[in-house]
Design a protein around this ligand. Structure first.
Ligand SMILES: *Cc1c(COP(=O)(O)O)cnc(C)c1O
Length: 216
């Protein structure tokens, strides 16, 4: 079933767009199957669950992504296993990542999570504050900002998510224009099972797929 799902999803995604299989609540066996089918970017949203799977899947060549909200008391463990922390949503969190990464001589790749909608509940920097915070984070030695991530709000139709994706792309352009640094070709991680096609139309180059892969 996973095989067919991946086949179907690949037909709808240009080859330059990176697929991250979001494996929260899925088993190690399921992850092995996905990796065997050529998707080696695996995302988790809880540090503890990720550590357990990481330990069982060592040597499989997986690149681990943290996509859930990260608490500062989990950062020490997170920097040990994650290749890309996609959910950096405050300077406070970035400072802790920088500190813990320095302790293990790592430069941690991260994405900055931006909330382009006005939903009260979701984590992520506000669009207006993002450039300023990114500037501060970019000065940290043990963090490397690779791009931006957003989670669109739940909407009735995939098309309704378009403005939130467009806002993230425009933010990347703005950051590039104000010359904080060359951000032009950075990662735009946006699009999930229900809305990835619209996200790709708006410039996504990394999609995070859970149900589309594991439930077909
Ligand atoms: C669960 C999750 C996904 C995948 O969601 P699907 O709708 O199942 O594709 C993507 N991103 C984040 C941050 C998630 O928590």
């Amino acid at each position: 079933m996973i095989r067919e799902s991946i086949f179907k999803v690949r037909e709808r995604i240009p080859s330059q767009v990176i697929i991250v299989a979001i494996a929260k609540t899925r088993s190690v066996e399921e992850i092995k199957e996905v990796v065997g089918l050529g998707i080696d970017n695996i995302g988790e949203n809880k540090v503890q669950e990720a550590i357990e799977k990481y330990n069982e899947l060592k040597g499989c060549g997986i690149k681990w992504h943290m996509v859930g909200h990260l608490q500062t008391n989990k950062v020490k463990d997170a920097v040990k296993i994650f290749d890309l922390i996609q959910s950096v949503d405050s300077l406070h969190l970035a400072l802790e990542i920088d500190k813990q990464a320095a302790k293990i001589n790592k430069v941690q790749d991260v994405l900055i999570e931006v909330k382009t909608s006005s939903e009260a509940t979701k984590s992520g920097l506000k669009t207006q504050e993002a450039a300023g915070v990114i500037k501060e984070i970019s000065a940290l030695k043990n963090i490397n900002i690779k791009g931006l991530m957003t989670i669109a709000p739940a909407v009735a139709l995939p098309q309704d998510a378009r403005p939130y994706f467009r806002a993230l792309r425009e933010l990347r352009e703005k950051i590039c224009d104000i010359g904080i640094w060359d951000f032009g070709f950075g990662i735009l991680s946006m699009g999930m099972t229900d809305d990835f096609e619209v996200a790709i139309e708006e410039g996504s180059n990394m999609v995070r797929l859970g149900r589309a892969i594991f439930e077909g």
